[in-house]
Unconditional design. Structure first.
Length: 67
């Protein structure tokens, strides 16, 4: 599992992890909007930092398993 994914939470719900631009590459979430968008950054396949806006973020993300 890629634990370097950008994470966010909807209200008091579970933490969710967003998909990255390339497998096992760093992803960070910086801002969440009320209309289900998350802004952040991610490394692409060449290792360059790219700005990212995930639309329909809750549908793209997966829920972290309980610890």
């Amino acid at each position: 599992m890629n634990r370097s994914g950008g994470m966010f939470r909807i209200g008091s719900g579970p933490m969710r992890v967003l998909p990255g631009l390339a497998p096992s590459r760093f992803t960070a979430a910086f801002a969440v909007t009320d209309d289900d968008r998350v802004g952040g950054a991610a490394l692409d396949a060449e290792g360059r930092v790219q700005p990212v806006i995930w639309t329909c973020a809750a549908k793209q993300a997966f829920v972290l398993p309980e610890a």
